[in-house]
Design a binder for this molecule. Structure first.
Ligand SMILES: Nc1ncnc2c1ncn2[C@@H]1O[C@H](COP(=O)(O)OP(=O)(O)OP(=O)(O)O)[C@@H](O)[C@H]1O
Length: 289
């Protein structure tokens, strides 16, 4: 399958005082067209820095080296305006907290229409129609109401659906999603993951999906990249890694998750049933714990 994004020896350093601190070291991976690569790692392992480097979102205090080839073009050498043009059209980003992405003083609809019109020669009526379609696509039941409302009137789950719908509306080839469901309750998280996966498969979007939760990644990722202290410690087919992790640190991440699952199972399963079934690592019911 064709490669959409090839990251090679990506390193990031930051200057603090007279010292340079290395935050990412030689991160390399490839994302195939139409597939989803999950980035797993504990807090502080470098997941967000990797995404921000790819998107050209790091400030001047960071020194970024290596190559980030998107459709064969090195993003690290693009000018600021060229990168801005690419963000939101070819590449879209979905962040953890959708509340911060919307202007509280403008209705959701007007912000959607404005974004659509920035990316194509659409009349206000056409942009409105497309925005309403995006809301429907993401499973929002009363798109007309949502269109008229303001960010504070919607729940976190609804706002995240709007944000994902908006990202998809622009028809990107690549979506970078940084913990997009972490702030949501598990039922909402589950519904949104389902919707997101359906739409991205229909549209053949490639996705970089960051999470500290293996259960979430097991739902949607094809391949897995495991990070630890700014380095890649494991990568490959998700199921292969889950069944036979090569790195001891990856094994430790999985064990921690299994311990949590086990505690949950013990708390919710009557004693006599417990012995009858063991929870597999990737059981759908495990999502979110
Ligand atoms: N300007 C900076 N100065 C010093 N350290 C920094 C700076 N920016 C980031 N870091 C450090 O780089 C490391 C990686 O950060 P990053 O945000 O990528 O982690 P993460 O894996 O996304 O974690 P989380 O899941 O908590 O968001 C962290 O230890 C962070 O403290």
């Amino acid at each position: 399958m064709e490669t959409l994004l090839a990251v090679k020896n990506l390193s990031v350093e930051v200057r603090s005082g007279t010292e340079e601190k290395r935050l990412l070291r030689d991160v390399s991976f490839e994302l195939r067209k139409g597939s989803c690569l999950g980035i797993l790692g504990e807090s502080g392992s470098g997941k967000s820095l990797t995404c921000k480097s790819v998107m050209g979102l790091l400030g001047p205090e960071y020194r970024v080296s290596g190559t980030v080839a998107y459709k064969g073009r090195d993003l690290l050498s693009l000018r600021r305006e060229e990168m801005r043009a690419l963000r939101g059209s070819g590449i879209a980003m979905i962040l953890q907290n959708p509340m911060t992405a919307f202007d509280p003083l403008l209705s959701i609809g007007s912000q959607m229409v404005e974004t659509v019109r920035q990316h194509g020669p659409f009349s206000p009526a056409e942009a409105r129609r497309r925005s309403l379609d995006a809301l429907t696509l993401m499973g929002l039941r009363h798109p007309d109401d949502v269109f008229r409302q303001y960010a504070h009137q919607l729940s976190g789950g609804m706002l995240q659906r709007v944000m994902i719908g908006l990202a998809l509306l622009l028809g990107p080839d690549l979506i970078i999603a940084d913990e997009p469901t972490t702030a949501l309750d598990t039922v909402t998280q589950d519904e949104i993951l389902k919707e997101f996966d359906r739409v991205r498969r229909e549209r053949r979007c490639s996705v970089l999906f960051v999470s500290h939760d293996l259960g979430v990644l097991a739902r949607i990722a094809d391949d897995l990249l495991v990070m630890d202290r700014g380095e890649v410690i494991e990568q490959g087919d998700l199921r292969r890694i889950c069944s036979a992790p090569r790195s001891r640190r990856t094994g430790h991440l999985f064990d921690t998750r299994l311990m949590l699952l086990d505690a949950f199972r013990k708390a919710t399963t009557p004693r006599e049933e417990r012995s009858r079934h063991e929870e597999p690592l990737l059981a759908p019911a495990a999502t979110g714990f």
